[in-house]
Design a protein around this ligand. Structure first.
Ligand code: SF4
Length: 242
């Protein structure tokens, strides 16, 4: 089986534990206002790669995966290509290599998605907005699929990290953090880590290259100080809840 790959990174460290081989798959059903990789969104594009060829290439890096590393499928939305991921997961598992899924949960929870999740070591799920209104306005999609995936991971005891991008003027207040916690509710007990990420402007030039309107072109990057303050607030609140 083949899938369109946007890009690959052989020594990624941010999307999971240890040193990761990150595979960015092409295509995304969402259109987040703050997307810093808009070139991964179009369904057309990317380089078609066979699962066997990708696995062969990844095996060259096997030695670097000691200490909790492995492969991360990201995007775009990787679970658009769940069958391809499942094939890679099964082939890599034969060599003792585990895979993480870095997903927005945009696709429906069908059998292929369930199987890819079941065969993954962990899921890193974006919770983009705290309500349906926010998803409609800033993500151009619904929160229904991400929440279904969230429930599936929690109810199956899947190792799970959550992530939320914090954007100045949109969701950067303590009361916004409270809204996310209210949405998550009891499910927080099944979450190993909840990480806030800063909106940045590094992807702005990509919008120009694509000839796309950048909806946040006048929004400044979130400062490290504000990010740290909100993460501290969130961690404190999670401790209280648990
Ligand atoms: S889900 Fe990710 S790739 Fe898709 S539009 Fe949003 S930020 Fe971009």
């Amino acid at each position: 089986m083949q899938a369109p790959i946007h890009s690959e990174e052989s020594f990624a460290t941010l999307d999971g534990t240890g040193i990761r081989y990150a595979v960015f798959l092409q295509g995304c059903p969402f259109k987040c206002a703050y997307c810093h990789n808009p070139d991964t969104q179009p369904f057309a594009g990317g380089t078609p790669v066979q699962a066997d060829d990708l696995v062969k290439k990844i095996l060259r890096y096997k030695t670097y995966f000691k200490g909790g590393g492995g492969v991360t499928f990201s995007g775009g939305e990787p679970l658009l290509h769940a069958q391809f991921i499942l094939e890679c997961e099964q082939k890599l598992a034969a060599f003792g290599i585990g895979c993480a899924l870095d997903t927005s949960g945009a696709v429906p929870l069908n059998d292929a998605v369930r199987a890819a999740v079941d065969h993954s070591e962990m899921v890193i799920l974006d919770i983009k907005m705290p309500n349906e209104e926010g998803y409609e306005k800033y993500i151009h999609g619904s929160m229904k699929n991400p929440l279904a995936l969230f429930d599936y991971c929690v109810s199956n005891g899947k190792r799970l990290w959550l992530r939320t991008v914090i954007v100045p003027g949109i969701n950067d207040r303590e009361e916004d953090v409270e809204s996310y916690l209210a949405l998550i509710g009891e499910r927080i007990k099944g979450v190993e880590k909840y990480e806030l990420l800063a909106f940045h402007t590094l992807g702005f030039s990509k919008y120009e290259k694509l000839g796309w309107e950048n909806p946040l072109k006048d929004t400044p990057a979130l400062t490290n100080e504000r990010l740290a303050a909100l993460q501290t607030y969130l961690d404190g609140r999670i401790k209280e809840i648990l």
